[in-house]
Design a protein around this ligand. Sequence first.
Ligand SMILES: Cc1cc2nc3c(=O)[nH]c(=O)nc-3n(C[C@H](O)[C@H](O)[C@H](O)COP(=O)(O)OP(=O)(O)OC[C@H]3O[C@@H](n4cnc5c(N)ncnc54)[C@H](O)[C@@H]3O)c2cc1C
Length: 368
Amino acid sequence: MVLAGTVTHNEERGPARPPGDPQVLVVGAGPAGCSAARAAAEAGVRVLVVERKAVVGEPVRCGEYVPAPLLREVGRGGAFVVQPVKGMRTILPSGEVHTLRAPGFIIRRRRFDQVLAAGARDAGAHILLSTRAVMGEEGSVRLLGASGEEWTVKPRVLIGADGPHSSVGRRLGIRNRNLLAAVQVRVPLVRPMDHTEVHFLPEIFGGYGWLFPRGGQANVGLGMAPGHGGPHALRPLLGSLLGRLAGEGKIRNTPRSLTAGWIPVRPLERTVRGWTLLAGDAAGQTHSITGAGVAQAVECGRMAGKWAARAVLEDRASALAGYESGWRDLFGETLERAWEKRKHLEARWDRLEEVIRSCWVGFREYYA
Ligand SMILES: Cc1cc2nc3c(=O)[nH]c(=O)nc-3n(C[C@H](O)[C@H](O)[C@H](O)COP(=O)(O)OP(=O)(O)OC[C@H]3O[C@@H](n4cnc5c(N)ncnc54)[C@H](O)[C@@H]3O)c2cc1C
């Protein structure tokens, strides 16, 4: 088991476990978990983060686009920025192109997650890599190291920041079945681009294809609505999207390493139960229409950590209600609207060209 004294490398072998039981246990060292850990540690409680992967941020399962305001929030000199983007081009099946000004950045997601993890560590949180959390009885959690080590902790507050298939959520009897499958490859770009591209095609049911420029390369991927197959079913569609983009002279169709993942498209109705709370993808805080979730994971993670620390310090589980209302105040309306739009869009997919304007964030009508 690796105690992540420096979380960017896993060669540092620390003691098998940090001193003392954690007051707050965070499962998952993604953007939500690291942000939660940092906020809780800054508030003065003992925080342990467990991450089943050996290296924070790997493998990358992300188009790596984040909106500009997030960068100001995270700060740290933007060590993870690959390039700025000015806006987004939406391309409809008819070939019509609609351009929206939407300043943002393409980031090195691996580096981004590691910067967040370093922030948590600097604030005093312990991060254990190669360590899987398994839910036990009566609030206990078993921690299993990759080399067979095992121990049990009983934190006061448990934060599930463990992604779309959250095992912490399952312990609460919550399973988010509204997951969208997504696949992506990295390809060479023919010439630099300063806009992202979003391609709506009838065959990509309830989703879209994307081309996100990344310096001399691009992330090209697609996501499709729940119930239309897992990532395997998407491969042929990705193949034809790549062929199309190559035909348009935008990319060279020599993809490297395919990544696949799942994106929750519906926020959970409850994200707090007893002394446990969920944040980020585990809480379904991604945007139902765009699939973007990094910004919400950072913000909601931060709130989760703040309220978890308060619950510990006041010895009062009811304090966690502040998290539920806090994140819904900030994102609830946006995410609910997106979910309603998704249902509308899927129900009228056969009239895509007609309904897309009221269902895609690239059009003013979406906000009407
Ligand atoms: C193909 C794809 C493209 C995307 N593109 C974008 C994009 O361009 N922009 C954007 O904003 N969003 C994008 N998203 C969504 C974004 O990646 C997520 O919303 C974001 O990662 C959520 O962060 P998180 O911390 O909640 O979860 P994650 O980043 O998934 O982190 C959860 C962590 O928990 C760990 N974990 C899980 N179970 C356990 C366990 N039992 N014990 C220990 N550790 C555990 C996992 O290993 C993982 O590291 C994309 C998603 C996909 C799949």
